[in-house]
Design a protein around this ligand. Structure first.
Ligand code: ASP
Length: 349
């Protein structure tokens, strides 16, 4: 009897010990936009530059998590690397509006308590994701737009930058091509909406986003973008809309989206994915596949999402030819990928 008791308690002790020493799970995933991204149309140099920058962003976020930092900090660290790179449509490298300026949108969400912050149409803030976080943490509001958002930024001593500092030659050429196409199609069919909707996907690709799970078990998500080339009339996409382009709740999942923003708003994409995880017990992969491929695709909505749950499960799902993306789970190497068939290719050593 004594032996039996000892065996039971020893086993219990062993299993508790094993649990206690099990390293905390943490993970991060990022995207740099989804669209018509094809290997045949990309030079090896350009591909290498994208892979290197994705890896840098991924590792910036991973490092925060590895040191025990918060998922919110990891999301901001990863997004800042991409906002500061001319390769992506966010911060430096943002697309141009019809009038030839840049209007930036961003949002962030905390999975612990669904706190959220967003900015839309800001023109003079170098890292809109940081301002979105300030709105969440240091204002009674969720979303601030345009000049008001910038007045808030100034009141918090955020340095203002010249809108031209976001300029890149590649995006300027895209604007010229987009305007030519819009003006031509407009003259023919007088249908501005159709002309805008017919613009090829490359005219907006490059939005950036991150989702992270920290050692404390908290999820966070963030997204930052310049929106769509040649956008007008103060157009705002899905990136700053909580539930459309960004969502996080520890009970279900964290999502950052990229794609044709009007569809992502109308179909409430990020929240729909997490609702399926929460209410229907779906895996993140299944929920993302349903919304991206079975809900959006049939109605013409193109794009993709990165999704992460509190157990560290990740889905990188898109219905376009490619999506700049990366993932890194605790103790595993970073993986980055760009093209459709390019699943989970290891990052360069
Ligand atoms: N979702 C962004 C927007 O519509 C663009 C993109 O992600 O490609 O503003």
């Amino acid at each position: 009897m004594k032996t039996l008791l000892c065996m039971t308690s020893c086993l219990l002790w062993l299993s508790l010990g094993a649990q206690a020493s099990e390293p905390a799970k943490f993970a991060i995933a990022i995207h740099g936009g989804a669209g018509t991204i094809e290997k045949s149309k990309m030079t090896p140099e350009k591909e290498a530059a994208y892979r290197a920058k994705l890896e840098e962003a991924l590792n910036a976020g991973y490092l925060v998590l590895e040191k025990g930092g918060a998922s919110l900090d990891a999301v901001v660290a990863a997004i800042n690397v991409m906002e500061n790179s001319p390769l992506f449509n966010a911060g430096k490298g943002a697309v141009y509006t019809y009038e030839g300026a840049h209007e930036l949108d961003a949002s962030i969400m905390d999975g612990r308590d669904r706190q959220a912050g967003a900015v839309a149409g800001v023109k003079r803030v170098a890292n809109p994701i940081n301002l979105a976080r300030m709105v969440m943490e240091d204002s009674p509001f969720v979303m601030l737009a345009g000049e008001g958002a910038e007045a808030f930024a100034r009141s918090r001593n955020v340095p203002m930058v010249d809108n031209k500092s976001f300029d890149t030659e590649q995006r300027r050429q895209q604007l010229e091509r987009a305007k030519e196409k819009l003006d031509k199609e407009n003259r023919q069919d007088k249908d501005y909406r159709a002309a805008v909707e017919n613009l090829p996907i490359p005219f907006r690709v490059g939005t950036v986003g991150a989702v992270a799970l920290d050692k404390q078990g908290n999820l966070a998500a963030g997204t930052s973008t310049g929106g769509m080339t040649a956008k007008r009339y103060g157009r705002i996409g899905d990136a700053p809309v909580i539930g459309a382009g960004t969502f996080a709740d520890n009970r279900s999942c964290a999502v950052s989206a990229t794609g044709h923003g009007e569809f992502f708003i109308r179909y409430n994409v990020a929240a729909d994915i997490c609702t399926r995880v929460d209410y229907q017990g779906k895996s993140v992969a299944q929920a993302a596949d349903e919304v991206i491929n079975q809900v959006l695709l049939p109605v013409g909505g193109t794009g993709g999402v990165i999704v992460l749950d509190a157990k560290g499960n990740i889905a990188l799902t898109f219905n376009t030819k490619g999506m700049y993306r990366g993932r890194r789970v605790a103790g595993e190497p970073a993986e980055v990928a760009i093209f459709g068939a390019d699943q989970a290719a290891p990052a360069a050593p």
